[in-house]
Design a protein around this ligand. Structure first.
Ligand code: NAI
Ligand code: MG
Length: 487
């Protein structure tokens, strides 16, 4: 198996590699082999404070970074994208080993990350304010300052790119804390920012745990903004804990996104494949996964039959095998969480028509699972599962299904499969969710140009696209007195 060498396991501050101040390390595991990949330096409050101090220093008004021409910032981001492209095979291998996702999927993630950096590279010198005639005034869009960025383990490298891209484009300095399950690819990305020539202190990466390193980043009063992707529970905690210093906060959180299959689809088997791909992508470890599949009653039974057939066709195994579509879940905790949710579905009377167990093999594999006859009140229809577990529900009318889709505290993604444009348009304006995908093959933001984020408890703010920059800028108004002019 094409394993690669782990090159960086230390804390990255001021363009230098450091051991943790406490001397502690933690293990990162390969979820396919269940074996240790590396000991990583475990950052906690002391290391976070050191990283924040470096980021503060790099953000001084007269620092090289603050004095840098905006086009040059863009140039650094373009070069970063080029280096990622140069090393894409290595990065994808590292990601696959640390996270368990198939390498083909990891290559897809890395490709998206390259696109993110190129998109924001182009934007760096196009951020500007307005001139306003009152007296005489103009606005400047300035960087927010020191950005604490906390990312999860499901798309470790891609999420780091979503955080770094707009933050660096807009001239901020950053301290990123990768997830404890998957710290390696972000550390490699840090090494590339140094190679490219970002000034010391602009980019800092501190691996460590959420309750220690993550919480310290939220607590540090010098941090101006927190950008977080992860669970809704921790998102709420960050909102509360960040309030003491009035931090700007953007959150990309969980979801229980609906996908509606109307009676107006052309091909029921194809619709069943699309619905399942939308739920199972990345082993179901997707915040915007379509985990509630609503199917019109007239095609329900046939749809379930095709869903079972498709579910049994998935190829799982070694993430480095190009035929593998399913790897293991990220760790034992997540696997057990998923198995517990599957058990609750069985207990509450949903019909488990495919899968439903841990796989009888090494690695944290869960069988791709399909539940039919799911009703709205069941836990599997309300709570995020974050695994390859599909819930198929039955509906009669579009109005009824819209109500049911919206009956959730989440509002991240939504999708409809239909050949009826009026049905699609009504759905798109009635759903309370940040994204509505019509006749798409997967429920994920595949274009960097489109904003992504949540309504309701799925988050605050948007990432990607031009809107993704809003969370990284402060508007400053400069007023100039014209003594000749009356006010
Ligand atoms: P989590 O929300 O605890 O972890 C995400 C990130 O937050 C990690 O980097 C973690 O170290 C950090 N973190 C944890 N506690 C923190 C704290 N008190 N202060 C600051 N940072 C903190 O998610 P976890 O435990 O890994 O997964 C639990 C569930 O969350 C999953 O089953 C899934 O339902 C959901 N989840 C959603 C994600 C999304 O993309 N929306 C990604 C990961 C998990
Ligand atoms: Mg790992």
């Amino acid at each position: 198996m094409a394993q690669v060498e782990v090159k960086y396991t230390q804390i990255f501050i001021n363009n230098e590699w450091h051991d943790s101040i406490s001397g502690k390390t933690f293990e990162t595991i390969n979820p396919f082999t269940e074996e240790k990949l590396a000991n990583v330096q475990e950052g906690d409050k002391a290391d976070i404070d050191r990283a924040v101090a470096a980021a503060v220093d790099a953000f001084r008004f007269d620092s090289p970074w603050r004095q840098m021409d905006a086009s040059q910032r863009g140039h650094l981001l373009y070069r970063l994208a080029d280096l990622i492209e140069r090393d894409q095979d290595y990065i994808a291998s590292l990601e696959s080993m640390d996270n368990g996702k198939p390498k083909t999927m990891a290559l897809f993630d890395v490709d998206l990350a390259i696109k993110v950096f190129r998109y924001y590279a182009g934007y760096a010198d196009k951020i500007h304010g307005k001139t306003i005639p009152a007296v005489f005034a103009f606005t400047r869009i300035e960087p927010v300052g020191i950005c604490g960025q906390i990312v999860p383990w499901n798309f470790p490298f891609l999420m780091a790119s979503w955080k770094f891209g707009p933050a660096l484009c807009a001239g901020n300095t950053v301290v990123l804390k990768p997830a404890e399950q998957t710290p390696l690819s972000a550390l490699y990305l840090a090494s590339l920012t140094k190679e490219v020539g970002f000034p010391p202190g602009v980019v800092n990466v501190v691996p460590g745990f959420g309750e220690t390193a993550g919480a310290a980043l939220v607590d540090n009063p010098k941090v101006d903004k927190i950008a977080f992707t992860g669970s809704t529970e921790i998102g709420k905690l960050i909102m509360r804990n960040g309030s003491h210093s009035m931090k700007r906060i953007t959150l990309e959180l969980g979801g229980k996104s609906p996908l509606v299959v109307t009676e107006n689809v052309e091909d029921i088997a194809q619709a069943a494949r699309t619905a399942q791909d939308s739920c199972f992508l990345n082993m179901g470890q997707c915040c915007c996964a379509g985990t509630r599949t609503f199917v019109h009653e007239s095609i329900y039974d046939e749809f379930v039959k095709h869903s079972v057939e498709y579910c049994q066709s998935h190829v799982f195994g070694n993430p480095f095998d190009s035929k593998t579509a399913f790897g293991p879940q990220v760790d034992k905790t997540q696997m057990n969480r998923i198995l517990e949710m599957i058990e609750s579905g069985k207990q509450e009377g949903a019909r488990c028509v495919a899968g439903g167990n841990r796989m009888d093999k090494r690695g944290y594999f869960v069988e791709p699972t399909v539940f039919a006859d799911v009703t709205d009140g069941m836990r599997i229809a309300r709570e995020e599962i974050f695994g390859p577990v599909q819930q198929i529900l039955k509906y009669k009318t579009l109005d009824e299904v819209i109500e049911r889709c919206n009956d959730t505290n989440y509002g991240l993604g939504s999708a409809i499969l239909t050949n009826d444009i009026n049905e699609a348009m009504k759905f798109s304006r009635s759903i309370r969710a940040g994204s509505v995908w019509i006749n798409i093959p997967y429920m994920i933001p595949v274009s960097v140009q489109t904003p992504f984020g949540g309504f309701k408890e799925s988050g605050v703010g948007r990432e990607l696209g031009e809107d993704g920059l809003r969370g990284y800028g402060e508007i400053k108004t400069v007023v100039i007195m014209d003594r000749e002019k009356k006010m």
